[in-house]
Design a protein around this ligand. Structure first.
Ligand code: HEM
Length: 563
């Protein structure tokens, strides 16, 4: 090849050295060759240029990725740390990539290794790391969720400001992507899509709709009461774990009221979502490490499998409802019906101005409501039964009230339910001491000023409501005690500061199911109280733990007596 090129260069030189030579001489073909060579030379030059540009581009690309990674795991966190500390926010120093995940998880594991005595001082068990952080650095303290700065806030004024912030610079949490597998949809959406979904779903929870849901709630409660009556028949009492029982109850209620089915129909979905929530908790905060969910682990494989199955089951449920609606039958007017109407309206293109939910959107929302609609209320009812077992005086007061206002009525009216003041006080006190949601999270996505602090993008704000609800400065010397009396004058008089008690959240993102959950809890508690008295079983181990919501780690074993 080289020789060929050299001989061609020789011919070219000859052609150049004999510009006026005999034209018939083979130099003619020499010229053609020369042009060919020149073209080839240009081609090689071009290729060389192209290669060197490619190498430069690849290097720039690689360097920019190296810089991005370096920035993500080190430069940015250090810069954020300086910015926050300069403003007087005290806390822990950043550690490369994992931040404080390791020590936080170790403290949680240690706390969960043993139950506590039967008191309401549960905060150290539930959140040992945050408790120590607050003791060392105060009510606004910095720690690290992997490479993300976490500012834990226990000051009710700041919490209120965060919840009412209208800048659109605060978003729902996106730090731990595994949450999308359990509670996606409305709970994680932001901006216009959130507003549109909320508009479609709000009517399902209006007061007049709630009234119409009462019969379905009675049906579910009666099924539970009948089952318990049969259990106590032989000797007037029996021992049982109310934790799974109350889960079945609330699952049945949400299935009947929102999806037009029953617990039995949705059982597989509930069980799969519970397993997904457990896997979420087991991953711990390590799931905040970018790419964690793509690691080829057994748990990650299982997570994907569960999600695939839940989606398939929900899709079947949605398609069945669609068939019914397309056959001209009116929708049930429940939550699923409202979402489906928005979807069908779109496919008929009746009104383009109205937002419509895609089938994918509906699946995500169903996933959320199947989970949030049963889990939180089951938690509230379970802790209520446990705590009333510890305080038989309040149990008796509540029972007397139920017998006075509801008596033996099969289907009490909404007014009867609203008359239950002591029951309501008790539920509020349980929401304070054993809140189903123990903290709230917002992520800063654009520079935001709150309470005089400027938070740069990427900072995670955790509103540590569990701690706020126990603050003696806000709740008095008996903050750790069970004293429903404090709610006798209503929530506003129990605590003057709006940011000090928000078990259902606050502001535009307040829980959509708040009234539904309270109504369901009152009905269920009233129906249990009038038929049974209860005490803790000797087997009961007091062990609250956080599994997305607030679980009794070893169940809630009680002894039921027929009243
Ligand atoms: C005792 C029961 C319940 C408690 C303590 C509770 C608590 C909460 C809290 C604290 C939030 C706000 C989260 C935040 O701001 O980040 C919330 C939001 C939400 N809850 Fe509940 N909840 C309960 C029952 C329910 C029920 C029964 C449903 C459904 C039927 C439900 C559906 C939702 C939804 C969809 C959201 C997201 C709302 C939005 O972002 O627009 N919750 N809940």
């Amino acid at each position: 090849m080289e020789g060929k090129i050299l001989s061609k260069i020789y011919i070219l030189q000859r052609a150049n050295s004999n510009p006026g030579g005999d034209e018939s001489f083979p130099l003619m073909s020499d010229c053609a060759d020369a042009r060919k060579i020149e073209r080839q030379r240009k081609k090689w030059k071009k290729l060389g240029g192209f290669l060197s540009i490619s190498v430069s581009l690849v290097s720039i690309f690689a360097l920019s990725w190296i810089y991005k990674i370096l920035n993500f795991v080190w430069l940015r966190p250090r810069k954020v740390e300086r910015t926050l500390k300069q403003q007087g926010i005290r806390g822990l120093t950043y550690k490369l990539l994992i931040g404080n995940l390791k020590e936080s998880q170790a403290m949680i594991d240690e706390a969960l290794s043993k139950p506590i005595n039967r008191s309401h001082s549960i905060v150290t068990r539930l959140e040992p790391f945050i408790t120590e952080l607050a003791q060392n650095y105060g009510k606004v303290a910095l720690s690290w969720l992997g490479p993300y700065a976490r500012v834990s806030i226990m000051d009710p004024e700041l919490i209120k400001e965060v919840m009412l912030n209208k800048s659109n610079h605060l978003e729902k949490v996106k730090i731990n992507p595994l949450i999308e597998l359990v509670a996606p949809g409305l709970a994680l959406l932001d901006g216009e899509k959130w507003a549109a979904h909320r508009r479609i779903m709000n009517p399902a929870f209006h007061v007049d709709k709630l009234k119409r849901m009462l019969p379905a709630i009675y049906t579910s409660c009666s099924t539970l009461i009948d089952k318990w009556r049969n259990l106590v028949v032989p000797d007037g009492s029996c021992e049982l774990d109310v934790w799974p029982e109350l889960h079945h109850l609330t699952a049945d209620v949400i299935s009947r009221t929102s999806f037009g089915s029953s617990y039995k129909d949705g059982m597989q979905i509930f069980e799969l979502l519970s397993e997904q929530a457990r896997l979420f908790t087991e991953a711990g905060q390590f799931a905040c490490i970018p790419g964690y969910r793509y690691f080829p682990t057994k748990d990650n494989y299982r997570r994907k499998e569960i999600d695939r199955r839940v989606r398939a089951l929900l899709k079947d449920m949605i398609m069945n409802r669609e068939k019914v609606m397309k056959m001209g039958q009116t929708s049930e007017n429940d939550l699923l019906g409202l979402m489906m109407e928005s979807n069908i309206r779109d496919s008929h293109e009746h009104d383009q101005a109205l937002y419509s939910m895609s089938i994918e959107d509906i699946i995500e929302e169903c996933k959320l409501f199947f989970f949030a609609g049963q889990e939180t209320t089951a938690v509230l009812l379970t802790w209520t039964i446990v705590v009333l077992s510890m305080h038989p005086d309040w149990q008796q007061r509540a029972r007397e009230e139920v017998l006075q206002f509801i008596g033996k009525a099969e289907t009490p009216s909404i007014n009867d339910i609203n008359n239950l003041k002591i029951v309501t006080m008790i539920l509020h006190e349980i929401l304070r001491l054993y809140p189903p949601v123990i903290f709230l999270v917002r992520t800063v996505h654009k520079d935001t000023t709150i309470g005089g602090f400027n938070f740069p993008p990427g900072v995670v704000l955790t509103l540590q409501t569990l701690h706020v609800y126990r603050d003696p400065e806000l709740w008095g010397f008996d903050a750790e005690e069970f004293n429903p009396e404090r709610f006798a004058g209503g929530v506003a008089s129990a605590c003057k500061n709006l940011g000090a008690f928000m078990p259902f959240g606050f502001g535009p993102r307040i829980c959509i199911g708040q009234n539904f959950a309270m109504m369901e809890a009152k009905v269920a508690l009233a129906m249990i109280l009038r038929d049974f008295s209860f005490e803790l079983s000797p087997d009961y181990a007091h062990a609250p733990r956080a599994v997305l919501t607030h679980h009794p780690q070893h169940g809630a074993q009680i002894i039921l007596h027929k009243v």
